[in-house]
Design a protein around this ligand. Structure first.
Ligand code: WT7
Length: 635
């Protein structure tokens, strides 16, 4: 799009400054995009060539068993050889890999040398516990340096990790440990959040009652509060790291390109979370390539992604992506407004952060305290901003751009999913920006808005977002359930071979995409993906609850908030006390992130004649809108 095209349309468009264009890695999106589409495999071979391989691939893309695509087959690779090992062989050994600040204000820094040392030591410890290629280790930790260290140590040995977000609680954790069949769990005694200790080890202990496969639990001491340790099963991390077996060198396992690197659970339409599988090579190539082009990382950057490693954003753009590129990562343990709403801005100033990647929720949450908080700080090191997790409302976009970015930093609004492994629709620093649009497809992607039959919809019309071609970072399957993988993402457009994202979106006349939201029963609470079915089953597990229906309603800060409708068992009656009790029950089952905004007690739920709850009717009613076509509603 050119400036001249815009004036007559009165659209709000932000053009990059000449300095940004001059220094940009990619100055011409169109040409490189066309090249990447005309010869997709060549594009992805060139990008893969930038990483170190034990053995180069035979084939870039193997599509002989669709939709189970394979990338770089025949190649031998390990992500850790690229994220750590190769840097310690260069001057980067002395570069900061990680700058960390805990919520209470304690700090730690690791050079690449130190990171490698800790990863090697922990890998040898895990090895001594029998951890090996092919198994899945569950990690449940606060945002402390030992979290990325644990991930890298597993990957180094060829074991897949399954990181469970520390905001999840007992039942959610137990379900995920069981599904992964983990023998080893890595955790911490606790973490700090808003000045309080979160008792992670206590939650693990309870979860392990329902997860009998676990033989070993390694606990990092973070908060020092009293926790119950079971002999023969529980070990303190620091004791193990002090043993002579914990050595500072450890061989990095040679993996097949397609060997799993990690499993990450995410919510879908049913109550059972999906363990999406990502691989060593394709995922690494994709995370590094997308991060390099979009955030244009430079040697001198200090890059801060505020996401928790428990989500895909943390995996790809806090841990693996930046380490693959040899950057300096900033990481923070706690709440953005603790002890005051200037905490983030203070850290940006203190550490000289140059790139900030966060969520619309994060921005809205801090925006409500007013601009006097960021105004107290010198944020002039910032040169690029990013947003992810849900559509960003233009008001938050403008505030972020003006107040945090000083009007000079472009905002990379990146659309992607746990399933995609990395950015899919995203600007580059040179892209003219429209607040609220994630703009254009990343290289190698062909994206369309189609109706339910796959017919492409005209400009401006809302429809299903589909990705027409495979990419190296795509999830390979759902752990233990390949049929569900096919069914969920590939069945509807099987004939065409397209990936269905589960999002509704439209495309404008400039080819910009505007993502509207999910088309399934997934809701986005503070950018966190939760399935209504998972929340409903947590509710129904309470002895007083007979039936439950959950919907997401708009919320000023969280984007969406959880509203529950509950039918109680015979003889029970709804009250404020019961509502509070149910909320506590939910905290225990799923975690505070799934805490409902409100619980309403009803006598009946709107259902179709076949017994399906019509959430859309509940939603329309709650919003005071027209309930639409209810001909299938049972009386
Ligand atoms: C869903 C995926 C990918 C990292 C975090 C979320 C929504 C994500 C955007 C954006 C509009 C967005 C979509 C998507 N989403 N980023 N920039 N604009 N919507 O990963 O938990 O797997 O959720 O988040 O609805 O499908 P996730």
């Amino acid at each position: 799009m050119k400036k001249e095209d815009v004036t007559e349309t009165q659209e709000e468009v932000f053009f990059p400054s000449p300095e940004i264009v001059e220094k940009a890695l990619v100055k011409d999106y169109e040409t490189l995009y066309r090249k990447s589409i005309e010869n997709r495999e060549q594009f992805w071979a060139d990008e893969a060539d930038k990483l170190d391989w034990f053995r180069k691939w035979d084939k870039v893309l193997d599509d002989s068993n669709k939709p189970f695509y394979q990338w770089y087959t025949g190649g031998k690779f390990n992500i850790v050889a690229n994220a750590v090992d190769r840097h310690v062989k260069t001057w980067r050994r002395n570069k900061l890999a990680l700058v960390w600040e805990g919520e209470p204000g304690d700090t730690k820094t690791y050079s690449y040398h130190a990171l490698n040392r800790e990863v090697c030591k922990f890998a040898t410890v895990l090895k001594s516990m029998g951890v090996k290629k092919g198994e899945i280790v569950t990690i449940y930790m606060p945002q402390i340096p030992e979290l990325p260290i644990a991930m890298l140590a597993c990957a180094k040995l060829g074991a897949a990790h399954s990181v469970v977000y520390g905001g999840f609680s007992v039942e959610a954790l137990a379900t995920r440990i069981r599904d992964a069949n983990s023998r080893v769990v890595i955790t911490a005694d606790g973490g700090y959040r808003r000045g309080k200790v979160v008792d992670l080890k206590g939650i693990v202990n309870e979860a392990l009652i329902g997860a009998p496969t676990v033989e070993v639990c390694i606990t990092i001491r973070r908060t020092g509060h009293a926790v119950a340790m079971e002999s023969d099963r529980d070990f303190w991390f620091h004791d193990l790291m002090g043993l002579p077996i914990a050595t500072t060198s450890c061989e990095t396992e040679v993996m097949d390109a397609e060997d799993p690197l990690f499993i990450l659970y995410t919510s879908g339409t049913t109550g059972q979370p999906k363990g999406l599988v990502h691989t060593h090579a394709g995922y690494a190539v994709y995370a590094a390539t997308t991060l390099q082009y979009v955030f244009d990382l430079r040697e001198e950057d200090r890059y801060w992604c505020t996401a928790d490693p428990g989500w895909i954003t943390g995996h790809s753009y806090l841990v693996y992506g930046p380490l693959l590129l040899g950057s300096t990562i900033m990481m923070y343990e706690g709440a953005p407004n603790h002890p005051y709403p200037n905490r983030w801005w203070q850290m940006i100033e203190k550490y000289g952060v140059t790139i900030l990647y966060t969520s619309p929720t994060g921005i809205r949450g801090l925006m409500r305290f007013g601009e006097q908080w960021p105004k107290r700080h010198n944020l002039s090191w910032l040169r690029l901003l990013g947003s992810v997790g849900e559509p960003i409302n233009p008001e938050a976009w403008r505030w972020y751009h003006r107040v945090i970015g000083g009007g000079r930093c472009p905002i990379m609004d990146t659309w992607w999913q746990t399933e995609t492994g990395g950015f899919v629709i995203t600007p580059l620093p040179i892209t003219p920006l429209k607040p609220g649009s994630a703009t254009r497809p990343f290289f190698g992607h062909e994206i369309a808005i189609v109706d339910d039959d796959g017919k492409e919809l005209p400009v401006g019309q809302e429809g299903n977002l589909v990705l027409k071609a495979p990419w190296p970072g795509m999830a390979r399957t759902i752990h233990g359930d390949p049929d569900r993988f096919k069914q969920t993402y590939w069945r509807q457009y099987e004939k065409q071979g397209w990936y269905k994202a589960g999002d509704s979106a439209r495309k404008d006349k400039d080819g910009y995409f505007w993502v509207i939201g999910r088309t399934d029963d997934v809701i986005k609470v503070s950018g966190h993906r939760l399935g209504t079915a998972e929340i409903e089953s947590a509710l129904v597990s309470h002895p007083d609850v007979a039936e439950a229906a959950v919907i997401g309603l708009p919320h000023e800060v969280k984007g969406q908030a959880i509203y529950c409708f509950v039918i109680l068992k015979h003889g029970k009656s709804g009250s404020k006390e019961l509502e509070d009790k149910l909320k506590i029950h939910m905290d225990h089952q799923l975690g505070a992130i799934a805490r409902p905004e409100k619980i309403d007690f009803l006598d009946t739920l709107p259902k179709t004649r076949s017994g399906k709850i019509m959430r859309r009717v509940l939603k329309a009613r709650a919003l005071g809108q027209d309930v639409g076509d209810i001909s299938t509603l049972e009386e």
